[in-house]
Design a protein. Structure first.
Length: 79
């Protein structure tokens, strides 16, 4: 049985079918059909909205070499 994982990322590029992201260590194209949720937050000095995390099946993360986040969901918005 597959589980989902949240990966903190920075969006680099996007096409109609996939998104190029980096987790700070590796870049990978992830098919949008495999992204269960995209979390977008204002970032940078102009508060431009950017993808800051994606939720995918764990096998997608492993296949693409992306590291899941170890954020505690209860303290995520405290800082």
């Amino acid at each position: 049985m597959s589980t989902t994982v949240k990966i903190r990322v920075t969006e680099i590029a996007r096409t109609d079918l996939s998104i190029l992201v980096t987790d700070g260590k590796r870049q990978a194209w992830v098919p949008l059909s495999q992204v269960e949720e995209e979390i977008k937050e204002p970032t940078g000095p102009m508060a431009i909205v950017a993808t800051t995390a994606i939720v995918v099946q764990d096998w997608v993360a492993q296949e693409r070499g992306l590291e899941p986040s170890s954020d505690d969901i209860y303290t995520l918005n405290l800082f």
